[in-house]
Design a protein around this ligand. Structure first.
Ligand SMILES: Cc1cc2nc3c(=O)[nH]c(=O)nc-3n(C[C@H](O)[C@H](O)[C@H](O)COP(=O)(O)OP(=O)(O)OC[C@H]3O[C@@H](n4cnc5c(N)ncnc54)[C@H](O)[C@@H]3O)c2cc1C
Length: 388
């Protein structure tokens, strides 16, 4: 079934529509095999990752000189929406987002020529997987209260500290990690580093089991007397906040693009079920309680799409999208949760059964209200932008 166009996609060029259809066909053919089993076993699809890299997704927004495709963000959003429609492996899509927005993009934006040359072609080509090590047991929403220390010794830094909730941790080759050169300086002490997985003193200590997005690995990362040369610092000392905020703007704006496709798929399944399932001698979709529930799913989706495509337009035009990204993140993540609950209600007892693969989408959707800053934090950003 083709992806039906919403208000956001109506504005796609013919070439972008072609890209999106290509992504749907690719995802339906190559991704999402044995999802039930892999969800249960928390199994990452490395073959799927490689196929996505070959398809070009991982390097789409990166200039060709660094191993990417040099396409615009709107192109990428169209592709991610297509992938989300074509596969139910939202964990794999989540891993790709974590890789792109919090690893590839800060290296592209803040890396030296040598760093870009060393990392980007391999990250865009799928040979290396990237991760972002920022959160700590005592620093979540208050991320600039992080305590991992970076002690300067000559032309090296010695990192010591523990990171949690690191997506892709077990499969990652490269971490963009945040540490402080002086906790007394607060945000002005935060410094970003590119840390290779095989650097002595780096260990991935614990697999963290999640409610949803289970095919995306997550773990704790420990830095213990981990020596990184100054050349691995990403950006200036004490300016790690810039790299982090840049990552968050891209991530908040785009990480839910795949969920647009998933919400469309969910809507189509709900309509089909409401037309086929009969109770009291008629299709359940004839009951207003059911049809209105599905109507709300449609309205939510049609208000989500333009918010995500707005980020594409703004970023492609070289503009900042900080507040708009927070708005997109807040609205799409909350809408996906509500629509996933509605889909379950439409399916009744079937929806609650694991084999129907309806309940997994609710579990996957819940992650969205926490990662990249919780909904409360997005509201704080939006409120501050209004001077509150
Ligand atoms: C699926 C998933 C993937 C993730 N991937 C990564 C990753 O790759 N790398 C990484 O570094 N981190 C990652 N995280 C961590 C994520 O960024 C944090 O979970 C998030 O920032 C919230 O921090 P916390 O969990 O410590 O919650 P807390 O900060 O402890 O918040 C608890 C509650 O208090 C509320 N709260 C806190 N402060 C305020 C405030 N100022 N105003 C209003 N409400 C407030 C929150 O909204 C929340 O409801 C991931 C998390 C999830 C769920």
């Amino acid at each position: 079934m083709p992806l039906k166009k919403g208000p956001g996609t109506d504005e796609l060029t013919t070439e972008q529509q072609r890209l999106q259809q290509g992504a749907i066909d690719f995802a339906q053919a190559k991704l999402g095999e044995n999802m039930r089993e892999r969800d249960y076993a928390e199994e990452f699809d490395r073959d799927g990752w490689n196929a996505c890299a070959e398809f070009g997704v991982l390097g789409m927004p990166v200039p060709a000189e660094h191993g990417g495709l040099g396409l615009g963000l709107t192109d990428l959003i169209a592709v991610m929406e297509g992938l989300g429609y074509g596969t139910t492996d939202l964990g794999l899509l989540f891993s790709m987002h974590a890789h792109m927005w919090t690893n590839v993009i800060p290296i592209l934006e803040f890396g030296t020529d040598e760093q870009r040359e060393r990392y980007l072609p391999k990250l865009c080509g799928g040979d290396w997987i990237g991760a972002n090590a920022a959160s700590e047991p005592d620093a979540g929403s208050d991320i600039y209260g992080l305590r991992t220390k970076a002690e300067k010794r000559g032309d090296e830094y010695v990192l010591n500290g523990a990171k949690i909730y690191v997506s892709n941790a077990q499969v990652a080759d490269v971490f963009v990690a945040y540490a402080t050169v002086n906790p007394d300086l607060g945000a002005l002490g935060i410094t970003a580093f590119i840390v290779d997985r095989d650097t002595p003193g780096v260990s991935v200590s614990r697999k963290m089991e999640k409610m949803g997005l289970r095919t995306s690995p997550m773990g704790e990362v420990i830095f213990e007397d981990c020596v990184v040369p100054e050349t691995q610092r990403l950006g200036r000392e004490g300016r790690g906040v810039h790299a982090f905020e840049c990552s968050m703007e891209w991530e908040r704006g785009c990480i839910l693009a795949g969920c647009l496709g998933a919400m469309q798929r969910q809507l189509e399944r709900s309509v089909a079920h409401a037309q086929q399932r009969k109770q009291f001698g008629q299709a359940i979709g004839k009951f207003q309680a059911v049809s209105h529930r599905i109507t709300d799913m449609k309205v939510r989706l049609d208000t989500c799409r333009p918010l995500v495509y707005r980020i594409g337009r703004l970023k492609d035009g070289g503009k900042s999208a900080r507040t708009e990204a927070a708005i997109a993140k807040l609205h799409v993540s909350e809408s996906f949760v509500t629509s996933s609950m509605d889909a379950m209600r439409v399916f009744g007892g079937y929806g609650y059964m694991v084999e129907q693969e309806i309940e997994r989408e609710l579990r996957d959707a819940m992650g969205g209200v926490f990662y990249s800053g919780t909904s409360d934090i997005q509201r704080n950003i939006i409120a501050r932008a209004m001077g509150l």
